[in-house]
Design a protein around this ligand. Structure first.
Ligand SMILES: [Zn+2]
Length: 334
């Protein structure tokens, strides 16, 4: 059995803090339909409020601004029937931003924090990928992709992190409330350098429980590994990691990630994630790595649950070590 190395425990440490780090979170049109479903907790999806504000709109209505978003339609959106006049684009863009601001307020309450910067939204008829996310990146209208650039700037003589958050949508993805909820979750949470299983698990949980999800996420009904690797490790643990051969996108992996987080939420309370992010924020270790190791994530989840969750994850065949806060802060201080 391979022993866990330091980087397995803590995550990949970025070379220089000020280097620009790109966090990709790609999201397929994972749309398989089952229309009616109950959430795992049996609760009805909640509604967002409609905040009152007047968005700024460019004369041709391709560019919109609201308190937390900048929305840009690509010029070729005018080829689509519902976007071919200025009045239509004005009406749709304003309506979209009102919805998105309501969703923003809701997420703020759900997670206990705000997004770490303005959110730039680009909408085009067909999403043309500008980045390499593998052969699955075939341009289509149902895809969306959220990316976060982490850089730095100087404020009052001190270097501070600066984030550029961008959500890109094909038109069908943008018109799907569930996909918007999924991507907006990434816009809020991907700055925390979470491993893929947790990053996607949270996005699917929000999409499914609060975004009018489409039911496919509930296809994984148990916690058993889909497969273990040659070291006996649950393959989900290293999804999108250096040596992972798993597809970038797979309904099964998204559903399983959601299932694990939902189980923790059912056992330790609906506020578990809120508590997790609050504790993670206090220590700030996420700013110093590209991806947090699962043992670190399990430490913070354990703090939030007030229960040692190493046995829970070992039961899922994750390879994790029980770490203390001193372990984490000490290693990252090297
Ligand atoms: Zn995603």
């Amino acid at each position: 059995m391979r022993r866990l190395g330091k980087n397995d425990m803590i995550g990949r440490i970025s070379g220089v803090f000020c280097v620009l780090i790109l966090i990709w979170t790609g999201c397929a049109a994972l749309q398989t339909p089952p229309p009616k479903r109950r959430t795992l907790s049996g609760q009805a999806p909640r509604m967002y409020t409609r905040p009152q504000f007047k968005p700024k709109i460019s004369p041709e209505a391709y560019h919109f601004e609201s308190p937390h978003y900048i929305l840009d339609y690509s010029k070729d959106i005018s080829k689509l029937p519902n976007y071919d006049t200025v009045e239509e684009r004005k009406s749709r863009g304003s309506g979209d931003l009102i919805f998105l601001e309501g969703q923003y307020d809701f997420f703020k309450e759900l997670f206990g924090f705000t997004a770490k910067g303005m959110i730039l939204i680009e909408v085009e008829p067909v999403l043309k990928f500008q980045e390499d996310i593998g052969e699955e990146a075939i341009p289509n209208s149902r895809d969306a992709l959220t990316s976060i650039q982490r850089g730095s700037h100087v404020v009052d003589g001190r270097v501070q992190p600066k984030y550029t958050i961008k959500m890109r949508f094909g038109i069908d993805a943008f018109e799907s409330k569930a996909t918007r909820a999924h991507e907006l979750t990434h816009a809020f949470t991907s700055v925390y350098s979470l491993p893929a299983w947790m990053d996607e698990g949270i996005a699917v949980l929000v999409e499914e429980e609060y975004g009018g999800g489409r039911g496919w996420a509930q296809q994984k009904t148990d916690l058993k590994p889909i497969k273990v690797d040659e070291d006996g490790r649950n393959i989900l643990q290293t999804w999108r990691g250096d040596n992972s051969e798993l597809p970038f996108r797979s309904v099964e992996l998204y559903a399983y990630s959601y299932r694990i987080l939902k189980e923790l939420q059912l056992r330790y309370g609906m506020d578990l994630l809120k508590r997790f992010f609050s504790i993670l924020e206090q220590d700030g270790v996420y700013r110093r790595v590209q991806t947090l190791g699962t043992s670190v994530v399990v430490y913070y989840l354990s703090q939030a649950a007030q229960r040692d969750l190493v046995p829970f994850f070992e039961g899922l065949s994750f390879k994790v070590r029980k770490l203390s806060r001193d372990d984490i802060l000490g290693i990252l201080a090297d």
